[in-house]
Design a binder for this molecule. Structure first.
Ligand code: ADQ
Length: 767
């Protein structure tokens, strides 16, 4: 894994989690040592801190014990002490007896006790104080998981100089469940102390924003929550969105490639009696993981003689977890009785169809097990992500093996080529197990190939850079504000934080392109120079951005281009004009163009769709109108080459997503090109994109660097065509090919104003 170094902009990184990422082990000679502890959080985060170095604040794992700070590799560990009562009330009680079941679809009934809550608050305060005491000036504090949801606000109170991020590793519940929590308002306010709040899946983030909207005085603008100023705190913004976590896929693949790992995998199969099929389950022994359902399906297949007990083995690795919590003790008893019963009924002296392992293993042994397994069965009833599924895929360089995956795991969003199951549907689960056992190698190959690409493209470095990148963009804006950087003079008083200062990293690169003899300044419209608003027709370009673009276009050697997904007519609706100021304007994702003659791209008054395209469009419009036209909140926008389905005004986020999915199905059935945007799905009869049109525009102009700014996924096509001398600036969070990032349209306006100043010497004030 490479490329993380620049991510914190030289600031200290402080990780905060309930447990430190290490366990203390007693060696054979009686001495003690620290070993990395198993678990999702550690697996994901370890490779990041190995590269970046960090301070890590957390509990060392044993109650009533004081442990001095110590160092391992590039980590300085700062233990927080917990008493026996703290463990019982804050950890086993409120964290694992209230929040864990509540956030996992109430699979077990959550208990609400005021005493637990009271201790949760106190322990969170202790964590916040500890971080406040050890963090360097201006550090980035990254707080993890449900045990510490109050820490962001508590820490902000103590250390307003820090940039604070929070990542929730487990699901965030739907509103109907979260509202049961007597302390719901406090939890939301606690989280809103962060600058960035990350969730595993889109529905988690949507649910949080909806609830925050309802219970606090915040307003959601897309992924950003706007907190108004109060008498003792300035207004500020909080980014709340999904950042799906992943693994260090290359590191798993490397272990899998080692000859000794492959030998061990063969040995494991031999130890199991070389059965025809090895199935594997790997989970913390937790009631959310669907182990009971898995065993039930396996048992029924054996009872019905659908699988042959002598030809198959299910290896269930169940790592010990929360053994002092009642629900976990009961689960362990139940699983162990079931395993004994199944083996008693179907085993022979030399062969047991179920192998149950209740202990932790090294990374090498885990990988050997993944390689030995023909089928991995992952059946949680609810799971934030599930890294085991991704690890299995990362290890299977042979592109063999079948993954059965619950649709209720976050990983199901990316691993679409798995055999997706609803674990509550035992018949469906049995069918999937049978399919897996009999799946032809060709099909295994096809599915594994797709999944491997997903895991490698979105590895943990992507996750970390998305999350840290968002925090750093905010932190850089602040640092410039505090130290009065060179851009200071061009911005006026600003009431909302982060203020529109040009991040230093972007400022340096702007300086490089500003003096080129020819310069193309190209920008997206919505979300980039015009803030996102609920009704698309209400969007307006920020006056400061407009003024800057007009000055740039008037400057010798500079051309300004606007590249929008909107049609040219749709842009005109926003008062942007269609080239009156001499700008190059491209609409409909590159299908329309005005202000420059290009072959193959239609102008505002020429190059209309062909007769065939017109017929196609009419049919498409009729179908979309019939299927989606009557849905409340859906807006259909006819475009010269297609149709856009806007769902921003659909009130229920679940329904909005379903409608988007329905639109995509319809579009695919009609053979249209589909493009995903923020709460919009666009369909076009022509394949065009912003990258292609940007390339054509630059080819038609004198050669020189290009500045491109954009916020949406559709802008990635344009970032992708930029070269090393160009500058791409992504607005807001999310994966990107752009090399620069700013948090919001106000900062885009500041960037453009800065460019005007560098190029022309004219200083534009703030709006
Ligand atoms: P977990 O519930 O712990 O994590 P998961 O994502 O599956 O679940 O991670 C488990 C990790 O522990 C994997 O890396 C696995 O290899 C390792 N592991 C499991 N059993 C082991 C054993 N016996 N020996 C050694 N290693 C073992 C929480 C959330 C998840 C989310 C992660 C990360 O519940 O939904 O994916 O955090 O955000």
């Amino acid at each position: 894994m490479t490329g993380l170094q620049g991510l914190t902009g030289g600031r200290e990184l402080v990780m905060v989690s309930n447990r430190l990422p290490v366990d203390r082990v007693v060696e054979a000679d009686g001495s003690t040592a620290w070993r990395t502890s198993p678990g999702g959080l550690v697996t994901a985060v370890e490779p990041i801190v190995e590269q970046l170095g960090c301070v890590w604040v957390g509990w060392a794992g044993s109650a009533d014990e004081h442990v001095d700070p110590f160092e391992i590799g590039r980590m300085r560990l700062e233990p927080v002490e917990l008493s026996t009562d703290d463990v019982e009330l804050y950890y086993e009680g409120f964290s694992n007896g209230t929040l864990w079941p509540l956030y996992h679809d109430v699979i077990a009934p959550p208990e609400f006790h005021r005493q637990w809550w009271d201790r949760y608050r106190k322990v969170n305060q202790r964590f916040a104080e500890r971080v406040a005491a050890v963090a360097a000036e201006g550090a980035i504090a990254w707080i993890h998981d449900y045990q510490l949801q109050l820490v962001p606000a508590m820490l902000r109170e103590l250390r307003p100089d820090l940039t604070i991020g929070f990542f929730l590793h487990i699901p965030f519940p739907p509103r109907g469940l979260f509202e049961q929590l007597p302390w719901r308002r406090s939890i939301i306010s606690g989280l809103l102390g962060a600058d960035v709040i990350g969730f595993q899946r889109v529905p988690d983030a949507i649910s949080f924003r909806t609830i925050a909207d309802r219970y606090t005085h915040t307003q959601a603008l897309g992924n950003t929550m706007v907190l108004p100023a109060t008498s003792d705190a300035p207004g500020r913004t909080v980014l709340a969105q999904e950042f799906p976590i992943s693994i260090d896929a290359a590191a798993f693949a490397e272990v899998a490639r080692r000859p000794e790992t492959q030998d061990r995998a063969r040995q494991i199969r031999a130890e199991l009696g070389n059965p025809k099929t090895v199935m594997l389950g790997v989970d913390r022994l937790d009631y959310t993981k669907g182990i009971r359902h898995r065993l039930k399906a396996f048992d029924e297949l054996l009872v019905d003689d659908e699988i042959d007990a002598s030809q198959i083995v299910l290896v269930q690795v169940a790592s010990p977890s929360r053994e002092r919590v009642d629900a976990y003790r009961q689960l362990r008893d139940e699983v162990e009785v079931t395993v004994g019963r199944i083996n008693g009924e179907h085993g022979t002296i030399g062969h047991a169809p179920l192998v149950y392992l209740h202990r932790g293993y090294s990374r090498e042994e885990m990988v050997a097990m993944y390689l030995a397994a023909d089928v991995l069965v992952v059946t949680p009833l609810r799971d934030g992500m599930n890294l085991v599924a991704k690890e299995y895929v990362a290890c299977r360089e042979d592109e063999q093996g079948v993954l059965i995956l619950s649709e209720f795991a976050g990983a199901a969003d990316e691993l679409r080529d798995a055999l997706l199951v609803n674990p509550h549907d035992i018949e469906g689960l049995k069918a999937a197990m049978l399919r897996a056992v009999h799946m032809p190698q060709e099909e295994q190959h096809r599915r594994m190939h797709g999944m491997r690409r997903a895991v490698h493209d979105n590895d943990v470095a992507h996750w970390a850079s998305g999350f840290l990148g968002s925090m750093t963009a905010i932190s850089e804006s602040r640092a410039t504000a505090h130290t009065g950087g060179p851009e200071d003079g061009m911005t006026g008083p600003i009431s909302i934080v982060p203020p529109a200062f040009v991040p230093r990293s972007v400022g340096d690169r702007l300086r490089r392109i500003a003096t080129a003899s020819s310069l193309l300044v190209a920008t997206d419209f919505d979300g980039t120079i015009a803030p996102i608003v609920r009704r698309p027709q209400d969007a307006r370009m920020l006056p400061r951005a407009r003024q800057a673009l007009e000055l740039l276009n008037a400057a010798p050697g500079v051309r300004v281009a606007l590249l929008s997904g909107r049609s040219l007519d749709g842009l005109a609706e926003t008062g942007t004009g269609t080239g009156g100021e001499g700008w190059i304007i491209s609409g409909s994702h590159g299908s329309e163009l005005t202000g420059l003659e290009l072959p193959g791209v239609s102008g505002a008054d020429g190059g209309a769709p062909t007769a065939e395209e017109v017929d196609w469009l009419q049919r498409v419009n009729r179908r979309f109108e019939r299927v989606l036209g009557g849905e409340p909140g859906v807006r259909l926008e006819r475009k010269p080459f297609g149709i856009a389905v806007h769902t921003r005004e659909v009130r229920d986020p679940d329904q909005s997503r379903e409608l988007q999915a329905a639109a995509v199905e319809l579009g695919i059935a009609e053979g249209l090109h589909v493009r995903e945007g923020k709460e919009v799905r666009e369909f076009s009869v022509r394949a065009s994109n912003k990258g292609a049109v940007l390339q054509s525009i630059r080819d038609a102009l004198p050669s020189g660097p290009v500045l491109f700014l954009g916020d949406d996924v559709t802008d990635e096509d344009a970032f992708a065509v930029l070269g090393p001398d160009d500058l791409g600036i992504k607005v807001g969070p999310g994966d990107t090919a752009a090399t620069g990032r700013v948090p919001d349209p106000e900062t885009v306006a500041a960037v453009l104003a800065r460019l005007v100043e560098l190029r022309t010497g004219i200083v534009i004030g703030s709006d």
